[in-house]
Write a protein that binds this ligand. Structure first.
Ligand code: TXA
Ligand code: MG
Length: 309
């Protein structure tokens, strides 16, 4: 509790705090404070044209920031939880300009992790937070990862031992005529379509990019990644799924039983681990077994594809 008080004080005085969410760790600042938000971009080395997600603790706070159409109202039932909605920003929303990076929209979510919620409540402001990692590297799913990214620069709230989903939130753009998924996550397209009672589209790399950040290579380990691997070549380490047999020293399995939720939760942690192993053993490439491209597998393959680019 004292740590949350301390973290809230840092947020209120314009500083940065890393905090756990049910997806990945966030690097937060008071979303109303321009210089605080700019320091998020500096700390991450993030291009200023890549907007931030605003985290709030209640629907009332969300309604102050954005225009909620019927579709948005139908998706509120996923809050608190791993869904971010991109909506037209209200003209009088008290949000720093850098958060929306020049767009007329704002991405919002209510996280479900109790520590994240307590931090937002104690800070009494919306918190802008990208994932707590240097721009272009893997998202942090543990205290240790955040520490590796930011050393002692930033105060980090520890998770209460609860496992997180391990993948960033699903992002859906509701500011366009047809709802469009900008990033796959735990809330899958079929689940969203069922809630909306209509089809959604999926932003492809070829479609007009809404968020410039979507263009960049993301979530990348330093070692090369080879996906859909059927066998191991020389100088490779294996990342398996279910009964795949990419056997090498240090090889890992995302889920022996072939469970996609378990695989997602392990993904970034295992990539971090294999990356470290590869670097210290002179191994060039992480070979990843193929993952079924359905349900949460869509999000896993999305992250693997970006990392392998
Ligand atoms: O699970 C998550 O979403 C985590 C936790 C901390 O909440 N946050 C996260 O933030 O993944 P970040 O910054 O790593 O990814 C946010 C993505 C970026 O790709 C950004 O381009 C997009 O959201 N985004 C933010 N605001 C947007 C907007 N107004 N329109 C379109 N895309 C937006
Ligand atoms: Mg990120």
């Amino acid at each position: 509790m004292n740590d949350i008080k301390k973290a809230a004080q840092i947020i209120r005085s314009g500083g940065l705090v890393a905090f756990p969410t049910e997806t990945v760790y966030g690097l937060g600042a008071d979303a109303r404070n321009e210089s605080a938000c700019l320091s998020i971009f500096r700390a991450k080395g993030r291009p200023s044209n890549n907007p931030l997600i605003v985290h709030v603790s209640s629907i009332e706070s969300a309604l102050l920031l954005a225009e909620f159409n019927d579709d948005a109202l139908s998706l509120i039932k996923f809050w608190p939880g791993p869904l971010s909605m991109v909506l037209p920003r209200k003209a009088d929303a008290q949000i720093a300009n850098s958060v929306s990076a020049g767009l007329s929209t704002i991405a919002i979510r209510i996280p479900s992790d109790p520590i994240a919620l307590q931090l937002i409540v104690a800070s009494a402001c919306p918190i802008a937070a990208p994932s707590a990692n240097k721009s272009g590297s893997l998202s942090s799913t543990s205290y240790r990862h955040v520490k590796q990214n930011f050393a002692d620069e930033i105060f980090i709230l520890k998770a209460n031992g609860k496992a997180n989903y391990g993948l960033e939130s699903t992002i859906i753009d509701l500011s366009t005529p047809i709802p469009t998924i900008l990033r796959y996550g735990f809330i899958t397209p079929d689940v969203i379509e069922a809630a909306l009672g209509k089809k959604v589209s999926i932003a492809s790399k070829l479609s007009k990019i809404k968020a410039p950040g979507m263009l960049h290579k993301h979530y990348s380990p330093s070692t090369n990644l080879r996906i859909n691997a059927m066998e191991l070549y020389d100088n490779e380490i294996g990342l398996n799924f279910a009964n795949s047999k990419l056997q090498s020293r240090g090889a890992l399995n995302l889920s022996v039983s072939g469970d996609l939720t378990e695989a997602a939760a392990n993904l970034f942690a295992y990539l971090h681990e294999l990356d470290e192993f590869a670097l210290s053993h002179g191994i060039k490439t992480i070979a990843v077994a193929s993952i079924p491209n359905k349900s949460i597998g869509l999000a896993i393959n999305d992250r693997l594809n970006r990392a392998a680019e």
